[in-house]
Design a protein around this ligand. Sequence first.
Ligand code: NAP
Ligand code: HSE
Length: 434
Amino acid sequence: MGLAMIGCGTVGSGVVRILQQSADLLTRRAGQPLQLRHVVVRDVNKDRGVDLSGCQISTDIQPILDDPAVSVALHLVGGIEPALSDITRLLKSGRDVITANKALLYEHGDELFELAGQLGRTLCFEAAVAGGIPIISMVNSSLTGNRISSIEAILNGTSNFILTRMLNEGQSYNEAVAEAQHRGYAEADPAMDVDGTDAVQKLILLTRLAFGTNVEMDRIVRQGIEHIELLDLLVAEELGYRIKLLATTRVKDGSLEVSLQPTLLKAHRGLAMTDGADNYISVSGDAIGRLTLSGAGAGQMATASAVMADIVDYATGRAQQTFQSLLRTRCNDRYSLLPADDLTRRYYLRFRVSDQPHVLADIADILGRHDISISSVRQDETRESGDRSGVARLVVLTHSTTEGNLRAADLELAKLDTLHGTRIRLPLADEPAT
Ligand code: NAP
Ligand code: HSE
C-alpha cells in the first residue's frame, strides 16, 4: 500500500520510525507491505533524525497527486491553510486521508466529512484527540451499543504537563511551557494549549461523535490554565484537591452541559492523579457504565501510535466501514445546550485584597446578595504593616451555586478598589459525572 506523508515534524517522524522499526509486524497486521513513497515538508534540507532515503521529498503535494501508487495520505500538519486546501485536493484526487489536525476538523470537519462521503472517500482522525488514547475508535465503534450520558476528560497534554511540573517540581509556569515545547507536546502556538482552545476543539469533536450534537465554542464556559498560580495548586492540595483542566460534556435534564475549566478534583480521583502529558477520559454509557482510558495524550511516539492504528485499519478495510457508519450517524443536533449561566457547581474563589477593615465584609456582602453561600474562607496571616498597605490572599469556597450568579457577583467584585490583579474562579467537581 503506497503512503504519502504531509508534515514530518514531531508526529510525522514518529510515524516514519514505527513504519521502519516494525515493518514486518505491520505487513502482517495490514495484510500487505506499507511503503512510504512521498514526504512533503516546508524545508527539504532539514535533518529529521529519521531515514527518508526511500521517499521523494518535496514542498508541494503535486507529486503525490501525480503518483497512482499512493492510495492514502497521512496529513500531519497543523493549522487551517494550506491544510484545508491540501486535504480537499487529496480527497478529490481519489486519495483517502488520515489526519491529526483537530483545529481543522473542529472548523471544517463537517464539510470535509461531507466531501469525503460524496466522493466515496475515507477520512480517519484517531490522532486528533487525546494523542495515543484510542478514544475515537472507542466512541465510534466499541461503544456503539450505548447511549452516552457523560464524558469527563483531561484532553490537553501540555496544560497537564505544566500544572504537574509547577506542583511537583516547583518549575515556573514559563519554564514548564518551554519544556513542553521542547518535548514536542505543544502546538506550534502554545497559546492554543494554555488558553484551552486545543482542549475545547477536542471536546467539541468528541461531543459531536458521542452526543450527535454540534456545540459552538463561544457558547461554552471555557477557561485555560494561564492564570493558575502555584499558590492555587498548593491551596487546592491542602484542601484535598488537585487542579486539572477538566473537559466535561454531560446530559442534564435533557440538555447538554459542556465546559472546559481548570477544576478542583478530589485528590483520590483518577482524573486528579493524571500527571505529566497524560490524558484521561471517562465515558459513561447506559450499557457499559463508566469506562476510563488514560495514557499519553501528546508526544511523538504515542501520537504516531494512533496514526498507525488508522493506517492498519485503513489497509484492512475497517476504517472505510467505520467512516461510513460515522457518516450515517453523525450530527443530528439531538440536544440543546444548557445555557452557561445555568451550570451549577461549588466554586473556589481566590482574590488578592487590601489588608484593610471591611474588605472581607464587602466580598461576603456581594456574594450573599447574589445568593452565593460561603462554605469556607481562608486568609493566611499577613505581616503587621501599620499603614494598611499590605495585600492578603483570600480563598473562598462556596456552596453549590450557578455560573450566572457568580458572573453577576464578579461584575460587582471587579468594581472594588480593594481587590487587586486577576480574580480566580474555578469550579469544584466533588463527584464524577454520571
Ligand atoms: P510539527 O512538529 O510542528 O511538524 C509540522 C510538520 O509540518 C513539519 O514537518 C513542517 O515542515 C510541516 N509543514 C508545516 N507547514 C507546512 C506546509 N505548508 N507544507 C508542507 N509541510 C508543512 O507539528 P506536530 O507536533 O508534528 O503536529 C502535527 C499535527 O498533529 C498538528 O495538527 C497537531 O495539532 C497534531 N497533533 C500533535 C500532537 C503532538 O503531540 N505533537 C499530538 C496530537 C496531534 P518543516 O519541518 O519543514 O517545517
Ligand atoms: N498540543 C496537544 C496537547 C497535542 O498538548 O495535548 C496533542 O493533541
